[in-house]
Unconditional design. Structure first.
Length: 378
């Protein structure tokens, strides 16, 4: 764990140098270039990190040897198989450098996504690591590519270009079919966040949670039958993983009700996407297989946190109850205190989330090792 602690401290160090005082776009770019270069080196030169690492290494060797005579391999999607075979055409390449190329596909789109969409890039970068999208990208390689395409689809969602959005999601499904869940999500995110909507979502959550076992058993009876009656269906992960997402969403709903958060189209989408993700992460405490679906929503949570922070910092919080009692935290000092309390609280929870998962060896990343001699290994 010391290795990852050093990584986390370095990310905070770069943020302190470039972003804490008088932030601007140039400083954000410098921070992102340094931070994601650091994250790239860790990901690209890893060895045996990720439960599925060996499976993909063997798959690369087998598909490279087979050439294009057969595009099928296991139950993997054709898009991923074709990409793997194309990479295998590079002279002298082995699976180590195959992982380097896939790391580029994971890291570069994420850095661009955060730069273009996050109001505070350093916060989103730390949450990208602490909420395990980073570790997921070292383990679920096919899904990692699908999420990289989802970043492009987000631009189409914001601009209400459904046809192009749908085409990108369908293209991403050639790398991992589970991303097709994002097609109906396009319509769900249009709802205005409010108390009535929250109650409706609550009923959906109760129904989904109660009926999830039968629903999953039905799906696995004809799709990915290997999961039928498996521990991925019958057992869940710790409820602790749902705490941070639920708190983020709860804060967003309260602050949108108080009109602290401006309900722009983009913010409305972020809140709804984060809510769906929180529901997924709550349900995966019952069925661990739902974890796969949750990763399509975490990127939007890491954008929502800076929105909440900036809204508190600029607008503060004011709410008048029906009884006439009013909470007014809109003075300059109050705005600074509540925004910093929110930020520090979320970051501390995210580190708890991170180290709890690391202790459980989430994604098989607990003990870092590298295949290059000049890099830390142990």
């Amino acid at each position: 764990m010391l290795f990852y602690t050093v990584n986390n401290l370095l990310l905070l160090f770069w943020a302190a140098i470039f972003c804490f005082r008088k932030p601007n776009k140039i400083k954000d770019i410098i921070f992102l270039m340094i931070a994601f270069s650091q994250l790239f080196l860790i990901m690209a030169f890893r060895n045996q990190i990720g439960y599925d690492y060996n499976m993909y290494a063997v798959g690369f060797r087998n598909m490279s040897a087979a050439g294009f005579s057969n595009l099928n391999y296991k139950d993997w999607e054709h898009g991923f198989n074709i990409l793997t075979k194309l990479i295998g055409l590079i002279p002298g390449i082995d699976y180590d450098f195959y992982m380097v190329i896939l790391s580029v596909i994971a890291i570069v789109p994420t850095a661009i996504f955060i730069y273009k969409n996050s109001k505070v890039p350093w916060i989103s970068t730390i949450l990208y690591v602490n909420m395990f999208i980073y570790f997921m990208s070292m383990n679920f390689l096919r899904q990692m590519i699908a999420i990289s395409i989802l970043y492009l689809a987000w631009e189409c969602m914001k601009k209400k270009r459904f046809i192009l959005y749908a085409l990108l999601i369908i293209a991403a499904s050639f790398f991992h079919q589970t991303i097709l869940i994002m097609l109906p999500v396009y319509f769900l995110v249009k709802m205005r966040p409010g108390i009535k909507e929250l109650i409706m979502y609550g009923f959906i959550l109760l129904w989904f949670y109660a009926a999830s076992t039968n629903a999953i058993e039905l799906v696995t009876s004809f799709y990915h039958e290997e999961y039928t009656n498996s521990i991925f269906v019958k057992e869940g992960v710790s409820l602790i993983y749902a705490i941070l997402p639920i708190i983020i969403v709860a804060c967003a709903f309260i602050l949108s009700k108080a009109k602290t958060i401006e309900l722009s189209k983009e913010n409305k989408y972020l809140i709804n996407l984060s809510l769906i993700g929180a529901i997924m992460m709550l349900t995966m405490s019952k069925h661990s297989i739902i974890e796969r679906l949750s990763y399509y929503f975490i990127p939007f949570m890491i954008l929502l946190v800076p929105v909440i922070y900036k809204s508190l910092k600029t607008r503060g919080f004011r709410y008048k109850f029906e009884s006439g009692v009013e909470i007014d935290l809109t003075s300059k000092k109050s705005k600074l205190i509540i925004s910093m309390c929110f930020l520090v609280g979320i970051l501390l929870l995210s580190y708890f989330h991170f180290y709890f998962g690391l202790h459980e060896n989430a994604h098989g990343a607990e003990k870092y090792s590298s295949w290059v001699s000049w890099f830390y290994s142990g």
